[in-house]
Ligand binder design. Structure first.
Ligand SMILES: Cc1ncc(COP(=O)(O)O)c(C=O)c1O
Length: 414
């Protein structure tokens, strides 16, 4: 493959109406991507286009229902490319990642015996912890915790072999932390867990806007993400190996399909959102150029996005060293940016995370504070009782100037 040309955010930003927002006369700085990204005009058009066209529920013998089925099939094909799944039936849509994970946990729990074990990690968002804690409680299953290294917030995969045994049924693991940005070697984790006979479920919600997903290369059994974290609407998307989706018993209503993916898609889908999901995948693919298959363009796009975001991370980390009292959690070594997303959890000495976020917000710089549901991360770092941390998250539509603006604003806060 030819080497990717550097990404220029300016023409891409022009596609996002929300990025024009002004606060106090200055253009707003969206550093809240890990909590949800903005959407390009093409996504807005796709969603409103569906509603304008005249839709219907699925499966009817008339035009608008056929149209709805076409929209659904297109979204499944788009997500198949996005995940590199083998077949459309491996793609399941749902309300959001959390709801899909609860469905899955309710389906897997009855396959476990009392005394079996599952593994969750302290680096995960609670949406990939609580469903498993509750399922374990229901089934009398023992929960083992995989820790992370508090100095750089990387997952201790070296401890995984000792946690795994022939009793392990599931490893629920994050691809990247939504709090501190550390990326996990999920392929290695999957190899280890499979060697012990356990299933592997990956939360890729935070990773998805920052890198290429490839479920076949990882060989995971399940993987989840949410389109609103990567320039699309509020819809969750589950990948599952077909044999598993087909054989597991889903909680479903009697008339619903007995086959995957239909048996997992409870109720009526948000079809306008599915139109938006396709447009979001197309938007990302467009960053990879105009030639090649959509999957090839996605590969190229994520290469460009990764290189661009690493440059933003480097600029942020170098700037952060100049701000008195600013502490950055997670990987701070600029030689190791490959292994993190441009998501930074920080604290500023003498100010609460809430005050920092509020003061930045007043200046039109949007950042989150608290735990962002990464409760286990905050507890492990010992900051949960201090109001958590401030999260500064970049995506590819952020610019070097925005990095400088947040650094300057932080320096001026104290
Ligand atoms: C890493 C991670 N996992 C899971 C979730 C939950 O996703 P959803 O809002 O789609 O339920 C989030 C949301 O912030 C997240 O960042």
């Amino acid at each position: 493959m030819k080497s990717a040309t550097p990404l220029d955010p300016i023409p891409l930003r022009a596609q996002f109406p929300a990025l024009q927002l002004k606060v106090g006369g200055e253009t707003a700085v969206y550093l809240d991507g890990p909590g949800g990204t903005q959407v390009p005009q093409s996504v807005i058009d796709a969603m409103s286009g569906y509603l304008r066209h005249g839709g219907s529920n699925s499966g009817g013998p008339f035009l608008t229902s056929h149209y709805t089925d076409d929209i659904t099939n297109a979204a499944r094909a788009a997500m198949m490319d996005f995940y590199n799944a083998r077949r459309p039936a491996e793609i399941v849509f749902g309300q959001n990642m959390t709801s899909l994970n609860f469905s899955l946990s309710r389906a897997l729990a009855p396959t476990w015996q009392p005394g079996d074990e599952i593994i969750v990690t302290r680096l995960d968002h609670d949406a990939n912890i609580s469903p498993w804690l509750l399922a374990a409680q229901d089934s009398g299953v023992i929960v083992r915790w995989l820790d992370f290294e508090p100095t750089d917030c990387t997952l201790r995969l070296d401890l995984l072999p000792d946690l795994l045994s022939e009793k392990t049924r599931l490893l629920a693991i994050t691809y990247a932390s939504n709090a501190v940005g550390s990326i996990t070697d999920v392929q290695r984790a999957t190899e280890l867990a499979h060697a012990a006979g356990a299933l592997v479920l990956i939360d890729s919600v935070h990773f998805a806007p920052h890198g290429l997903l490839d479920v076949q290369a990882i060989d995971c059994d399940f993987l989840l993400s949410s389109s609103y974290k990567y320039f699309g609407p509020h819809t969750g998307i589950l990948y599952g190996k077909y044999e598993l989706l087909d054989s597991l018993t889903a909680y479903k209503v009697r008339p619903a399909s007995n086959k995957a993916p239909g048996k997992w898609e409870t109720g009526t889908q948000s079809f306008e959102s599915l139109a938006g999901v396709t447009a979001a995948v197309e938007y990302i693919a467009s960053i990879g150029g105009e030639t090649g298959t959509r999957r090839e363009r996605l590969v190229q796009a994520q290469t460009r996005i990764k290189a661009y975001e690493m440059a933003l991370s480097q600029r942020f980390l170098l700037g952060a060293t100049q701000v008195a009292g600013l502490r950055v959690f997670g990987i701070t070594d600029v030689e190791n940016l490959e292994n993190r997303t441009p998501t930074f959890a920080v604290s500023l000495a003498g100010m609460s995370p809430k005050d920092v976020a509020t003061r930045l917000g007043e200046q039109g710089i949007f950042v989150w504070h608290g735990d962002y549901y990464a409760v286990a991360v905050m507890e492990r770092l010992g900051v949960q009782n201090e109001g958590g941390l401030v999260r500064i998250g970049f995506v590819h539509y952020n610019t070097a100037e925005e990095v400088d603006r947040v650094i300057a604003a932080l320096a001026n806060l104290r």
